[in-house]
Design a protein around this ligand. Structure first.
Ligand code: CO
Length: 217
């Protein structure tokens, strides 16, 4: 178990190594950020956004919550989305789910956990929407994995339906909303066949994404 002192020591070593490799890196970055990507992912400690895509500080705007859920009344997520799109002008919003997601598993199991049940209700809504397909799968890993896939696609659609994305597309801003999945066992990202660059793409990509298993690029 790492102690708090180790975190400060680790931070100092990291900052020094970054500065050594590129003198003035932090000074320069402190003046502005201009990331091209917004990442909406799960809070799971095993899915560290910047690290798994090899991006440095300043390159990825990030929002994470349990089970990478995008809810139209969540001011936290919507504020991140609005700032990223309207102010930072990111070109891509990536919703990234992951197989083996504890939040998705808990939603599938339905056992009461307390407050978080209200949050996971949104994942259960996804499960309800795809009840017939999920019922045809063996309970356990197969069904949970499929719910992880369905959840990330539904959440990407939710991003597309926000007034923020709709307004951006209406004014001609270049913006694509993606659904990806990360596998803990191999550290690799899969494309979930959803990459909507405008209102007309959403329904088409949704159909394709639901019908096609995610693939390695
Ligand atoms: Co998770």
């Amino acid at each position: 178990m790492r102690e708090l002192a180790d975190l400060f020591a680790g931070n100092r070593a990291w900052a020094e190594s970054v500065e050594r490799a590129q003198p003035g890196f932090f000074e320069e970055l402190a003046r502005q950020q201009s990331p091209r990507f917004l990442w909406i992912g799960c809070s799971d400690s095993r899915v560290p956004a910047n690290e798994i895509v090899g991006l440095r500080p300043g390159e990825l705007f990030v929002h994470r919550n349990v089970a990478n859920v995008v809810v139209h009344t969540d001011l936290n997520c919507l504020s991140v989305l609005q700032y990223a799109i309207d102010a930072l002008k990111v070109e891509h919003v990536i919703v990234c789910g992951h197989y083996g997601c504890g939040g998705v598993q808990a939603a599938a199991a339905g056992a009461p956990l307390g407050l978080v049940d209200n949050w996971l209700r949104h994942v259960q809504d996804v499960a309800d929407r795809h009840r017939d397909e999920l019922a045809g799968l063996e309970a356990g890993a197969a069904r949970n994995d499929r719910l992880c896939e369905l959840n990330v696609v539904e959440q990407a659609v939710n991003v597309c339906r926000t007034s923020i994305v709709q307004d951006a597309w209406r004014r001609g801003q270049r913006l694509t909303v993606h659904a990806w999945l990360y596998r803990l066992q191999d550290g690799r990202l899969r494309f979930a066949h959803f990459a909507a660059g405008g209102p007309a793409d959403v329904a088409r990509d949704y159909r394709i994404a639901i019908a096609t298993p995610p693939t390695l690029p």
